[in-house]
Design a protein around this ligand. Structure first.
Ligand code: SAM
Length: 476
């Protein structure tokens, strides 16, 4: 029980006025004071759900399926001494710690045939990346996903999560998301706008979430949300699908924002009913077909999800091309890319997918669809940094290893648990059970990649980026 959860009277009065008749305020307050159940999502870019369950059950993990996400589970562990984030499976990107109701928007986005898995998608407010990684997994790293985030510090966390999870089809941008309608009209097959919000649904995770709550602040943020939704709508192709979601409960930030779009664009789009999204979804369904997830319904955080389909174009007075600056990359000439790809295949038995581009001492793998947005938007990072070059050759990156290492059929070394811990602590290792090799080597533990190393005699020299080194409380 979280007795300290701050639930001010004026907030509770505001909620009581909008609580649906079939739900009780007492249960709402009780659930706000109850700690959240832990939940995770299996990253199917790296492991199947069945293989993950088989791997974790012997370690005492109880995994109860989240009914609205095939890859989501509530988790209880017999031994909680190692933080989830320090488990070998988290470090090698096999799962993402994600609140169960926050899995809903992406499920809604993909539960319709219009969402093309190999298309051009936008995640307009993406950090820290729980939904970006969920979308990338459903796209199976195909097509291209533009993941945008306004806050610089959160952008770094987004980037780290994409790398850990082996995501290769994302272009990351750093703008106020209201630019997309102006700069990229009718560009995206599907869009997620998981909007910044007042976070009324998050008190179970953060007991102070409502410290600064006021009607004025929710009205202010609702105006921002309306602008973002309108812009995202312009950026959507006719025939495309858009999901608007928040982790808040007030009508102003949810139903009213959707209504304002309807008032503006009338029959150019329609909202889908999400009542059948999963068994029991109707318990959270509003008359308009949105999901308004009160925390007591599914014992989760509060959430709101609406999905619309765009039927036809609307006049866009917003359009003006963005300022780009100089694009610093050039396609790698075939005489350089061919030998490099052949060498990677010969050494590791995997072929990197995508188009190779270079800038100064870096070689990148861009998503196949990148050319559709090239020259229209400035990116902070595109796809995956494959290698750093130096005078006599190149060095494959940690992020390449995390994306491709699990699929390697050779050129890897498998560590035991003691060496795996040493490796994650930034130390060199002497794997006894393996014959020493030469050159760069993918370092794995139980079949999944921890990073890159380099053989020096019988020692594997540690090439883990310094910022990823953990010094205590690692998996045992
Ligand atoms: N989708 C994320 C996830 O699932 O991990 C959570 C997104 S959070 C609800 C909203 C994000 O929007 C925050 O990271 C915030 O920094 C960002 N943001 C705030 N204002 C924005 C704007 N005008 N344009 C784009 N992003 C914005």
């Amino acid at each position: 029980m979280h007795d300290n959860t701050y639930l001010p009277d004026h907030f509770l009065r505001h909620i009581a006025a909008i609580m649906p008749a079939h739900l009780s305020m007492d249960e709402f307050v009780a659930s706000c004071r109850r700690p959240l159940r832990r939940s995770i999502r299996v990253n199917t870019l790296k492991i199947s759900v069945a293989a993950f369950v088989a791997r974790m059950q012997p370690l005492g993990w109880q995994l109860d399926p989240v009914p609205w996400c095939d890859t989501g589970f509530w988790l209880s562990r017999e031994d909680e001494s190692v933080p989830l984030g320090n488990t070998a499976e988290h470090l090698s990107g096999l799962f993402y710690i994600q609140e169960a109701s926050s899995m809903l928007p992406v499920t809604a986005l993909f539960a319709c045939e219009q969402t093309r898995r190999d298309g051009m998608l936008l995640d307009a407010a993406a950090a820290p990346g729980s939904k970006t990684t969920q979308i990338a997994a459903l796209m199976n790293n195909q097509g291209m996903l533009v993941a945008n985030e306004y806050s610089s510090s959160r952008l770094k966390v987004l980037s780290a999560n994409l790398q850990r999870c082996g995501v290769t089809n994302v272009g990351m941008t750093h703008f106020d998301a209201k630019v997309f309608g102006q700069w990229l009209p009718e560009t995206f097959d599907a869009i997620l706008l998981d909007a910044p919000c007042s976070g009324e649904g998050t008190v179970r995770k953060d007991e102070d979430a409502l410290r600064n709550w006021s009607i004025e602040s929710i009205d202010e943020i609702a105006a921002v949300q309306q602008g973002l939704l309108e812009s995202a709508f312009h950026a959507l192709k006719p025939g495309g699908v858009l999901v608007y979601s928040t982790c808040t409960l007030s009508l102003q930030e949810n139903q009213t924002v959707c209504q304002s779009l309807q008032d503006k664009f009338g029959d150019a789009f329609s909202f889908d009913s999400l009542a059948d999204l999963f068994p029991a979804a109707e318990q959270a369904c509003t008359p308009e077909g949105y999901l308004h997830v009160w925390p007591q319904i599914f014992d989760s955080e509060g959430f709101f999800v609406a999905r619309l389909r765009k039927h036809h174009s609307v006049p866009n007075t917003m359009f003006k091309p963005g300022k780009l600056g100089k694009f610093p990359f050039l396609p790698l000439p075939a005489k350089e890319s061919g030998p490099m790809l052949r060498e990677i295949e010969a050494t590791f038995g995997v072929v990197p997918q995508g188009n190779l581009f270079g800038r100064s001492e870096e070689i990148w793998l861009f998503p196949q669809l990148f050319e559709q947005v090239q020259g229209k938007l400035r990116f902070d990072r595109i796809g995956l940094k494959l290698a750093e070059t130096f005078k006599k050759g190149y060095r494959l990156t940690h992020e390449w290893a995390l994306a491709y290492g699990d699929g390697a059929s050779k050129g890897f070394v498998e560590l035991d648990i003691a060496d795996a811990r040493e490796f994650m602590m930034g130390r060199d290792v002497w794997p006894e059970q393996e014959a020493a090799g030469t050159g760069e080597v993918i370092v794995r533990y139980q079949g999944h990649t921890l990073g890159m190393g380099k053989w020096v005699g019988s020692r594997v020299k540690n090439a883990l980026p310094r910022e990823l080194v953990r010094d205590n409380n690692l998996f045992v």
